[in-house]
Design a binder for this molecule. Structure first.
Ligand SMILES: Nc1ncnc2c1ncn2[C@@H]1O[C@H](COP(=O)(O)OP(=O)(O)OP(=O)(O)O)[C@@H](O)[C@H]1O
Length: 238
């Protein structure tokens, strides 16, 4: 059994008076890709924001490499090596691809610009283009690449394939698989079970701020009704 590097225990979080997370518990093992699934508005993004300290849990704990992050400043959490790639991507549209990477780069990160360009050849081709001139898929690649050059010890990807054409989704899925294979653990928030199935072996389903299902890919295969029950997916189509 691998060692858990991230452990959420009974995490509760609210936006003002609106209580959104009602005791979320999950863990990520070293070198593992874990998916977090759920319909719209079930608390997936909120869970990611709570991990990186953008929202403070008012009960429960978020332990990363044995240290509780709750109450820690966003910058301190980032410095510990947790990188969130938000759904809106957060790249600089008026800077070139290369500049976007250069300003994110940290010394000693295993992912240098050269390594990024080797693994993401499209970004090498587009390195002189402005971030804003990239396609949606390329912007997502750049957002992930920006996180990588910071030398993350854990990567949180919030709906990386949202709104992208199927062929681009496939390309991005392969890139994310490569990042995972390099040893960086990943939490993948996704609406697409197909993507989660390809990338992750373990999956959590969130419903109204609680984990209602936790299973391995083979558990989903053995009981496909789970997908229909919690995600509204047509069992036949998956
Ligand atoms: N800034 C905010 N202020 C108040 N309520 C919020 C805020 N952000 C999200 N919420 C609410 O919190 C709940 C969970 O939202 P969250 O974005 O975490 O869901 P999600 O599972 O990521 O769904 P989606 O895929 O739609 O982003 C929703 O009811 C949402 O309306």
């Amino acid at each position: 059994m691998s060692e858990a590097i991230l452990v959420l225990e009974d995490v509760n979080a609210s936006y003002g008076k609106s209580h959104v997370l009602h005791g979320v518990s999950m863990h990520v093992n070293a070198g593992e890709i874990v998916s977090v699934l759920g319909r719209n508005g079930m608390g997936k993004t909120t869970t990611m924001c709570t991990i990186v300290g953008l929202l403070r849990a008012h009960a429960g704990s978020v332990r990363f490499e044995g240290v509780d992050l709750v109450g820690m400043a966003v910058d301190d959490i980032a410095r510990r090596g947790i990188s969130l790639v938000p759904a809106h991507r957060g790249i600089f549209t008026l800077l070139s691809v290369q500049e976007n990477l250069q300003i994110a780069q940290r010394k000693h990160a295993a992912w240098t610009l050269e390594r990024v360009y080797d693994e993401f050849p499209r970004l090498r081709e587009r390195r002189r283009n402005l971030g804003g001139a990239l396609s949606g898929g390329e912007q997502q690649m750049l957002a992930i690449a920006r996180a990588l050059v910071q030398g993350p010890r854990l990567l949180l990807l919030d709906e990386p394939t949202e709104g992208l054409a199927p062929v681009i989704v496939d390309e991005l899925t392969e890139l994310i698989r490569g990042v995972g294979a390099s040893g960086i653990p990943i939490v993948l928030v996704e609406q697409s079970f197909a993507v989660c199935r390809t990338l992750a072996r373990r999956h959590y389903i969130l419903e109204e701020g609680v984990v209602v299902y936790e299973g391995r890919t083979e558990d989903f295969d053995a009981d496909a009704s789970v997908l229909e029950r919690f995600l509204g997916l047509n069992v036949e189509a998956h």
